[in-house]
Write a protein that binds this ligand. Structure first.
Ligand code: AMP
Length: 496
């Protein structure tokens, strides 16, 4: 059994009788495509039957008119899944479906649970156990949750129809780590965030109904308006009677800071802050913290654009383009091997030599994770005749693996895990390199600094994580796990 843990994802849900809910979900998922490119799925209820359609690929590859047309109903959820490592197969596509109660239920999950091993053990499905045979298809932590919920269903269907809600009340307290869920049965749409709210979820209003979405930008696209964030530790139930909310755990907000840095769309708002404006402020802070005498500030498109604009504005250096991005190429990051990733950069970015030649450049990007892309970008700029390349990153060195749903790989894959900033500068072949300090980054968000998870940048994990350097806690290969060093043992980030 390969028990692959869930990944960063996008979730969407709509309760809107009279609307084409499957089409709205398709549009919502399309707006959330950046959160997951591996698989896409939609579950729809017509009040009697829950139907799930899911497949590998982008939203537009999985769904067309023909596949959407039969998905009639008043209630739907959708999911896009992102994966860079581990098993990539149909079984891991979501929504997860379980046939219990009247019509069964469907579940979409964004985040990683941190007690997957304990939960699996409680279900008798540790790797290699014969008893696990009947659950051999359950390969994600999301499947585990589906199984736990199915087992928590009362043997008799409840007369008030609250079977799913009741099962959640039993199961949610046992889950640790990061989970934003959208769930549905034949009559209810439910949204849940873990008590830290690692991953976002918003509530929107659409004429005659309600929408749940990972990001507010997805509300705009379906013509819904933002009502509020689902609170950490909150469950909302939407049905014919309206919206009911329930707090099932005390909130300790720790939204993923990397949502602000990179992951969320710039036209999304988190903690009431425009992500685009926050990224510009990160660039401004970076210019103040790490100034350099240069002739042009340029972004690594697209992720570096707002921060480069902010840097240029604060530094008083002209902003220009030095790289053109092919609009139709997806993220190279999702390619399965390092070799393919390497080739991908050339397909994605092409330099503009006439803008670069002979110039002292400040090149701004939001983050460096593995360093593969960045190193090639630098060498392309050198080949195109740049006189100097001063690289500026609008977040601190990414040194710690995320166990809460940002799949950036194991510790050994992170460039900054064991390298000092000086060593990274030499590895990238740049004239100077600086990363934005964590306190400046937190200030630039415009939100409360203590309301963020900074684990990938600080090594401070708000929820205890498995004591291994990989996220593949339950893989069968029996590889000896190695301990995760604590933040204090690592070389302190510095700029050069
Ligand atoms: P690399 O130099 O290979 O680490 O790639 C750096 C680029 O990856 C930057 O442009 C980042 O914006 C981008 N990036 C950061 N995090 C992720 C992620 N989780 N998925 C895809 N790209 C990412």
């Amino acid at each position: 059994m390969d028990l692959h843990i869930g990944e960063a994802c996008g979730v969407f849900g709509v309760y809107a009788p009279g609307h084409p809910v499957a089409n709205l979900t398709y549009l919502g998922l399309y707006a959330l495509q950046h959160r997951g490119q591996e698989s896409a799925g939609i579950a729809v209820s017509d009040g009697e039957t829950v139907t799930v359609v899911k497949d590998m690929g982008l939203v537009t590859q999985v769904f067309d008119e023909r596949r959407l047309a039969p998905l009639d109903g008043h209630l739907a959820i959708g999911h896009v899944r992102y994966s860079t490592t581990g098993t990539s197969n149909w079984r891991n596509a979501q929504p997860v479906y379980r046939s219990v109660g009247d019509a069964g239920f469907a579940l979409g999950h964004n985040g990683n649970l941190t007690n997957t091993a304990e939960l699996a053990e409680s279900l008798g499905m540790l790797p290699g156990m014969a008893a696990a045979q009947d659950l051999a298809d359950s390969t994600t932590d999301s499947d585990l949750v589906g199984e736990l919920l199915a087992r928590a269903y009362a043997p008799e269907v409840r007369s008030d129809g609250r079977d799913l809600e009741t099962a959640l009340e039993h199961v949610l307290p046992d889950l640790a780590g990061a989970f934003t869920f959208v769930l549905m049965d034949d009559a209810h749409l439910i949204g849940v965030r873990d008590r830290h709210g690692f991953r976002p979820l918003v509530l929107g209003r659409i004429e005659g109904g309600w929408v749940l979405a990972s990001e507010s930008a997805a509300l705009d696209i379906v013509g819904a308006h933002f009502v509020r964030d689902i609170e950490p530790g909150e469950m909302v139930v939407i049905d014919a009677a309206g919206v009911r909310e329930r707090r099932y755990a005390e909130a300790t907000p720790k939204l993923c800071l990397f949502e602000f840095v990179y992951f969320a769309r710039p036209d999304t708002k988190l903690y009431g802050q425009s992500i685009h404006a926050a990224r510009q402020r990160m660039g401004e802070e970076l210019a103040r913290q790490a100034p350099v005498d240069a002739e042009m500030v340029m972004p690594v498109p697209e992720s570096g654009i707002p921060a480069a604009q902010g840097y240029a504005r604060a530094a008083g250096i002209p902003y220009g383009d030095g790289l053109v991005k092919n609009r139709y190429v997806g993220r190279t990051f999702i390619q399965p091997s390092q070799q393919l990733r390497g080739q991908g950069v050339r397909l994605k970015l092409n330099p503009l030599p006439e803008n670069i030649k002979g110039k002292r450049l400040v090149v701004v990007d939001d983050s460096i994770v593995r360093g593969t892309t960045t190193r090639q970008v630098v060498s392309m700029l050198r080949e195109a005749g740049a006189a100097e390349v001063h690289f500026r990153v609008s977040s601190p060195p990414y040194r710690w693996p995320c166990f809460y749903g940002m799949d950036t790989g194991q510790r050994s894959e992170l460039l900054a895990a064991d390298m000092s900033v000086g060593e990274i500068r030499d590895f990238l072949g740049v004239d100077s390199l600086a990363y934005l300090d964590l306190d400046r980054l937190l200030t630039a968000t415009g939100a409360l600094p203590e309301s963020f998870c900074t684990a990938c940048l600080s090594g401070e994990y708000p929820v205890p994580v498995p004591d291994i350097d990989s996220k593949h806690v339950l893989e069968e290969d029996g590889a000896e796990p190695s301990p995760v060093p604590r933040a204090a043992e690592s070389p302190h980030p510095s700029t050069s």
